[in-house]
Structure formats: structure tokens, C-alpha cells
Write a protein that binds this ligand. Structure first.
Ligand SMILES: [Zn+2]
Length: 119
């Protein structure tokens, strides 16, 4: 299987070589995702948009902490927010983040469960 088969949307859009700015920005994304609660929030949003109440319940974290994490993720451009009446509904900014966080947690599941590796 070629890289373009595995990442069809990525290879069509990203044809230029990655440089220092891309690596620094990607490292910042990993830095933001290095907090387990924040990772849990982003992983939840990879499954669909959600409001603070839903995310608080899903993550088991305190609501003020969830709000702070969401603000930080939004400031960094990883998360978008829209108003629905009085409710703020959060979503992931793009499919790259959705795939990244899903793969990270799936990888971790192999490490935790001992399930055999696969490509
Ligand atoms: Zn797997």
C-alpha cells in the first residue's frame, strides 16, 4: 500500500516539503496533547462535537479545568467553537487532528492491552 493510498487527502493537499516552521508547529501540537485530560478532550471531540457539560462528564475532570483546557486548545487553533443558543459547542479544527489523536490512543491501547502490533 502506498502512502497516497493510506493518506489520500493528505498527499493531495500537502505536496510541498515540510520545514522548520511545520516541525515547530507540529511539536507545539504534541506539547498541547501531552496532558492526559487535554488528550481525553481532543479524543472525545474526534468522535463528534460537544459542549462543556458533555466533555466534563466524559473526561471526569472538573468543569473549570475543562473550560481552561478548551480555551487553550481554541487559542492554539486545535479546537473551534460555535454558539447554539446559550450553549458553546466545540469541535476539532480538522481531520488531521482527528486521525492523529485516534491513532495515538489506538497505539496506547496496544501498549496497555498487549494486543499484537499491526501496520
Ligand atoms: Zn491497532
Amino acid at each position: 500500500m502506498s502512502v497516497s493510498d493510506e493518506f489520500p487527502t493528505a498527499t493531495k493537499t500537502h505536496t510541498h516539503p515540510s520545514g522548520a516552521a511545520q516541525f515547530a508547529t507540529a511539536a507545539n501540537v504534541f506539547s498541547l496533547l501531552s496532558d492526559p485530560t487535554r488528550l481525553h478532550l481532543v479524543w472525545s471531540l474526534a468522535r463528534g462535537e460537544a459542549d462543556v457539560n458533555t466533555l466534563t462528564e466524559a473526561s471526569g475532570a472538573a468543569r473549570p479545568a475543562v473550560s481552561q483546557h478548551l480555551a487553550k486548545l481554541r487559542l492554539a487553533g486545535l479546537v473551534d467553537v460555535r454558539k447554539e443558543g446559550r450553549r458553546s459547542v466545540y469541535s476539532l479544527h480538522d481531520g488531521h487532528l482527528r486521525r492523529l489523536v485516534t491513532e495515538a490512543v489506538n497505539h496506547a491501547d496496544h501498549m496497555v492491552s498487549g494486543a499484537p502490533p499491526h501496520d
